[in-house]
Each structure stands twice: as C-alpha cells, then as structure tokens.
Design a protein around this ligand. Sequence first.
Ligand SMILES: C[S@@+](CC[C@H](N)C(=O)[O-])C[C@H]1O[C@@H](n2cnc3c(N)ncnc32)[C@H](O)[C@@H]1O
Length: 379
Amino acid sequence: MFSHLKSWLMLFEEYTYFNYQFPEPQYLGAKHTHLVWLNKFIPKNIKKAIDAFGGSQSVAYLLKQCGFEVITNDFLEFNNQIGKALIENRDTKLDKTDIDFLFSNNSNLNEYNLITDTYTDLFFEIQEAVFADNLRANIEQLNDPFKKSLALTIINRAMTRKVTMGHFGHTQALVYANDPIRVKRNRSLIRPLKDIFLELLPNYNAAVFDNKKDNESYSLNILDLLPQLSNTDLIYFDPPYCDSHADYQSFYHLLETYTVYWKDKQFVNGIKRYEPQRYSGFDKKKTVVKSFEQLFEKSADIPNWLISYNNRSFPSIEQLAKMVAKYKNVSVETKTYQNGRGGKGSVAGSKEVLLVCKPKKQFSFNIKEKPQLSIDERF
Ligand SMILES: C[S@@+](CC[C@H](N)C(=O)[O-])C[C@H]1O[C@@H](n2cnc3c(N)ncnc32)[C@H](O)[C@@H]1O
C-alpha cells in the first residue's frame, strides 16, 4: 500500500519537472525543436542516461526532466558551462547582489583585455568589448562555481544574440549592426550586451531545478570519457553531421575563447579563431569512420543507444546502421524538415534521422545430447 503511494508520488514529482522550461538556444544542430519526437524513443524504465555530445544541452535537459541521473558531455568548455549551470546545478541562481557585483568595475582589468584586444571592431565596438572583459574578470571572482557557470552561460547566449546570424564564423557583425534595414529586423544587433544579459537572466534562473539525482557535466572528448563511466542504461549520440557544417570551433570560437580565456593560443584568419583547435575526430571525413567504430566499441556495454544523424551527411545512414548492427538491433526513424530551420545544413526536404538501438535478443539453445544408441538399436 505504502510502496504504491510512494511510487505514485515519485511519478507525480517527475511529471512536475516538465513545468521547467529550457531557455531557447541558438546553436547549430540543437535539438530543442525535435524534443517531443525524440522523447517518444527514450525508454522510461531506466535510471542513468548519457548525452555524449551535449552541445546546447537541450537533450540533457530533457533527460533530467525525465528524472534520470544524467551525465552530459561536450568537448567544448562553453557547452560544459551550460551543463554545469542547468544539468548539474540543483538550486543555485544569480540574485541581485551577484548582478550588482558582476556589473561593477573590476580593478584588475589590465589582466582582462583579451576580448578588447582581439575582437574590437570585428565583433564588437570598443565599449561592448570592454564590458565583456570586465564582466569576465568579475565572473572569475564569484566564489560559487554554479554562479560562475550561470553567468558564463547567460553572457555567451547574449553574445550569440548580439552578433548577426548567431555565430562567429563571419566578419559581418558590425557591417550588419550599421545597416538600418538589418537592425529593423533584429534590434539585438545594436542592443548593449548588458541589456540582453538582463533580459535573459530570469529565464535561466527559472530553468534551474533539482531532479534529486547526482547529475554531472564534463568537457572531454567522448572517447576519453566513456571508459570512466559505468551502469549506464541509455546513451544519446548527436555528433557533428560530418560533411554538412560540422565545424563547431569556427562557428563558436569566440564563446570558447571567452570562457577559457586562452593564454596560449594564436588567433588566426579574418574571424580570429583560436589555433590550435581541439581534436574532435567526428568533424572530418578522414577520421569520422574510425571515430564511430571506437565510439560504438566503447559503448558496447550500454544497453540502449539513440543516434541522431542526417541523411545528407557522411557516413551514410546505411553505413552507420551497418556499423551499429555489430552490437545492437537497430531501427531507423525519420523526421522530414518542413523548412531549413533544423540547423547543421538542414534544408527543406532533408531528413533528421534517429537510429534506435536496442540489445540484441539473447537466444539460448537447449541442445539435448543425443542418446547413445545400443548396438542392437542401430541395426
Ligand atoms: C550536433 S551538436 C549537439 C547538439 C545537441 N544535441 C543540442 O541539442 O544542442 C554536436 C556537438 O558535438 C560536440 N563534439 C564534437 N566532437 C566531439 C567529441 N569528440 N567529444 C565530445 N563532443 C564533441 C560539438 O562541440 C557539438 O556541440
């Protein structure tokens, strides 16, 4: 009787996690528009799930809402900071005292001039670049790691709002910000970062919740993380879609530079991308097949896999399914884009694909030993 009541209460509690809202991201290939569809394929009778290529953390957030213990990971540090702020974090928010402190003048600015020196007149006018450096210096002085993560998450989101097209793989930011027609369409181009930050803040604070599990966020190459994990029931793979806009480090270099505050990189090309880059293994045709082979081999013990991919990427869905079939029973689900808003080079008519992978059925043969026939019976 009591155990029924307890499980009913737990179910009710898990249901309430869906009242929290994931703040809308602006990230190439983010799955926030596919979550209802994806959710249909997530097994619900499980305890622990991994989002291996977390990106904006939209799927990790869904897994947290399902009430699972969630491990999320992305090899870029700015995405890990979103994971800390919204997946790992149970209840820490930014309050008025934090905000006053974050916007106050920092006395140590001569050590914090990376954005001003590197991106003034490229992505920002000087006063915005100085604001970003000053804020970064103050974030470093917050004494709570989750407050730091939340502040980094919000300012990074504000920067993608301010810069045209929502990424940093072009040199048009200030050209568009000075074009009245563009500004009429998107006022964020000329709004101060501080205003955008303050507008986003309540949504991020409200998205923080506790699902009563010890969730964790990492920023590792997934191939290095997998051997450290155990007792996982489900792993979700949403790797870069190789051959169609997989270069996350060119698109989002500025967020990584701002978050890590590199001291040991060069800044190259017109966009001033950091160099050398981190190694992915999933973003180039010459390494991607080997990387998938290693990924599947290292995940063999995890019973359920879900793999997002696109029918215009490399390797083909058929080849990918063949590689998976070595370990799992696989079925292929598809969702056709009605328009080009799916990200990652998605165009109308291209398909978002989900490989739903389950354990192979274990057949046990009960082979009875042949009875030994006596000599008389043989003739
Ligand atoms: C398609 S995006 C994931 C999008 C995510 N599901 C979302 O909803 O926002 C792919 C992600 O893989 C990350 N990535 C690329 N190579 C990686 C690697 N070797 N290990 C971990 N993450 C990697 C990229 O930084 C990128 O964020």
